[in-house]
Design a protein around this ligand. Structure first.
Ligand SMILES: Nc1nc2c(ncn2[C@@H]2O[C@H](COP(=O)(O)OP(=O)(O)OP(=O)(O)O)[C@@H](O)[C@H]2O)c(=O)[nH]1
Ligand SMILES: [Mg+2]
Length: 611
């Protein structure tokens, strides 16, 4: 009896606390949530659209003030979840089996703008499919970018899958047709087609996709998007989808992107599921995309709420929005862009789709752009296409840990180091990678086949670098220029790890006079004539010390050198310097031996520049 009395009181007190939500009630809570979406790199346009829609739907719902936050948060989580649910899902293996049951290969084409990771993703698919006992043929249909055929061939060889390739500039559709014919006649389960990276404004390249699609009628078109694309993700996905509707997406470089908001942007724009995430640069680094985990990561765990409130959320989300002007935002964008393109005198609707052209450099810091461009001597891009290519190269460079290029101008490095806002990530293992270089020779190969399929090669887990061997610079470990840049950075960072220390500090600090003298005499180094040269020399000496001061035997035997050590004001040779050390003499490269011989004859007292 008391129970029902209490319940009726509770219900009464709830009712008086409830009130119809106004737009500003919702805005108050929504603002914070929208901010967390933006911080997760969800594109602004998508955040605004979701927020607007939610506001329209929730206005007027009677909610207890205390439950306001749970209500709005719950509604947002629910509406984002619905986007993913409505995009559906796709059982890839099941689809392949169904097609194979009809004695046909399952054909997958990988699409996307330059450098998003199409080829790498294709290789990861080949690895995954092989691991699940499907046979694979690869079509090298990027006949456009120099080095692309070598790159895909290297993957095919490592993975031991067949590859069908022709010459550069040959018709990609013909390559695809050959690959499908080959797969049919050899009863291969899947054909994976690598295509050239393109942006929507490259009409020719976009037409190529149409042609490929018409010729081989692929079973699955996968859009390969870049997790780092931020606001650009929507324009990439939307414009590709406009040209050639794709079936699903793979989001790459999620390992570098802790936020992952591009997933929501792409699904909102395309309503197509995201199948996998690329989570690294090795073949197994392909992870099934689980939208539930994604939603939790960006909006937090779903809180348990009472049934009544949950029912209110469901009711609000299914009810028509409070205004029938739902598309106002989208319409505004389209008309804005129309005005922009018309003002620019552009009338070809196909070559410039009716959407905002996002800034391809969005999300890249100015200092990264400046350092990359200076280091690679890149002129400012003169077309949209060139801007997209450059932006994608810079993003890849950032993802690879901003490797220092061989022969980089130290000034570029200095700028980066001195920049407060840029975290230059120089790893201790001194890994130095060559930047993507699109220049390589073409190949004569026709209808190339790799080794027959078998087990994946032992080293298959290691993905070859994205670009072909011919494009790699020789020997990264022995790159003096890169080493020099590395040392300069290390020196500048100092023990405190400070990146902004003054480049003008004495580069020889911490190096003993005897080390400077012995090294310089042994290598016949004249006194440096500039700060730059002094830094380079100091870095070389440090490098020499780090290698245990290798000294050529002939040079070491010289009494003059021994005397020099003794004469030094810091009291003779440093304890770890073994100038007669035999093994050290053997380690000496031939070129340095030669220089040692020269020194034997040339023993003038060495006067050394010291700041
Ligand atoms: N960290 C990380 N890097 C990736 C991932 N996927 C691709 N990459 C790197 O991104 C760079 C570009 O990859 P590619 O596969 O050559 O890209 P693409 O789209 O084929 O490039 P184009 O053919 O020039 O259009 C390479 O350095 C890859 O190793 C990923 O999931 N994580
Ligand atoms: Mg490629």
């Amino acid at each position: 009896m008391f129970d029902s009395l209490r319940k009726s009181f509770t219900r009464f007190s709830q009712t008086i606390a409830e009130r119809d939500l106004s737009e500003s009630d919702i805005e108050e809570v929504l603002e914070d949530l929208e901010m967390s979406l933006l911080q997760s790199d969800v594109a602004l346009e998508v955040v605004e659209e979701i927020g607007l829609d939610l506001k329209r739907r929730l206005v007027g719902t009677a909610v207890n003030k205390k439950q306001l936050e749970s209500f709005v948060r719950g509604a947002l989580t629910e509406s984002v979840s619905r986007l993913f649910q409505n995009a559906g899902s796709l059982d890839l293996f099941e689809r392949i089996r169904e097609k194979n049951a009809r004695d046909e290969p399952y054909v997958i084409v990988f699409l996307g703008i330059n450098g998003t990771g199409k080829t790498t993703t294709l290789a990861k698919f080949a690895y995954m499919l092989k691991s699940n006992n499907f046979t694979v043929t690869v079509a090298a249909a990027d006949t456009f970018r120099a080095g692309a055929i070598e790159q895909i061939r290297e993957h095919a060889e490592k993975l031991q899958v067949r590859i069908i390739a022709q010459n550069y500039n040959s018709d990609p559709a013909a390559v695809c047709r050959d690959a499908v014919l080959y797969a049919k006649s050899h009863r291969t389960n899947c054909v994976l087609i690598d295509t050239a990276g393109r942006i929507q404004t490259s009409t020719n390249l976009m037409q190529q996709i149409e042609k490929i699609t018409n010729v081989v009628n692929p079973d699955l078109k996968i859009f390969v998007g870049d997790s780092l694309a931020g606001n650009d993700a929507i324009s990439q996905a939307r414009e590709f989808h406009d040209y050639t509707s794709f079936d699903c997406s793979v989001l790459t470089k999620s390992d570098a992107d802790t936020k992952g908001g591009s997933a929501l942007s792409i699904v909102k724009i395309t309503s197509k599921p995201i199948l996998y995430l690329g989570v690294g640069q090795e073949y197994p680094d392909l992870k099934e995309f689980r939208w539930e985990s994604f939603v939790e990561a960006i909006l937090g765990e779903r809180e348990s709420m009472d049934e009544e409130l949950a029912a209110k959320i469901q009711a609000a989300l299914v009810a028509p929005a409070s205004t029938d002007n739902n598309d106002v935002l989208y319409d505004d964008i389209v008309s804005d862009t129309k005005d922009e393109t018309e003002a620019a005198g552009i009338h070809d609707a196909k070559s410039v789709p009716e959407h905002k052209q996002a800034d391809p450099f969005e999300g890249i810091s100015d200092s990264d752009i400046a350092v990359y461009s200076e280091m690679h001597d890149v002129p400012p891009p003169e077309s949209d296409e060139a801007a997209h290519v450059l932006a994608s190269d810079i993003k890849n460079w950032i993802v690879s840990g901003r490797p220092i290029r061989e022969g980089a101008q130290p000034s570029a490095v200095k700028e980066q180091v001195n920049s407060e806002e840029t975290a230059l990530d120089v790893t201790d293992d001194k890994t130095i990678k060559q930047e993507p270089n699109h220049a390589t020779e073409s190949t004569d190969s026709n209808m190339q086949e790799s080794k027959p399929q078998g087990a994946v090669a032992e080293d298959a887990k290691i993905i070859p670098d994205a670009k072909s061997d011919e494009q790699q610079s020789p020997a990264s470990a022995d790159m003096p220029a890169s080493q020099e840049s590395y040392n300069i950075i290390k020196e500048l960072e100092g023990e405190t790890g400070q990146k902004s220390r003054d480049i003008q500090a004495d580069p020889f600090e911490g190096i003993s006079d005897s080390d400077i003298a012995v090294y310089s005499e042994m290598h016949d180094v004249p006194p440096p004539e500039s700060d730059e040269a002094a830094h380079v020399l100091a870095s070389d000496i440090k490098d020499w010390i780090a290698k245990d001061r290798p000294v050529h035997k002939e040079f070491a035997e010289s009494t003059v050198v021994e005397k020099k050590f003794q004469d030094m004001d810091d009291g003779g040779p440093t304890p770890d310097t073994e100038i007669d050390d035999e093994p050290a003499a053997q380690e000496m490269p031939e070129s340095e031996k030669e220089s040692g011989r020269k020194h034997k004859k040339k023993r003038g007292m060495f006067g050394f520049f010291r700041r």
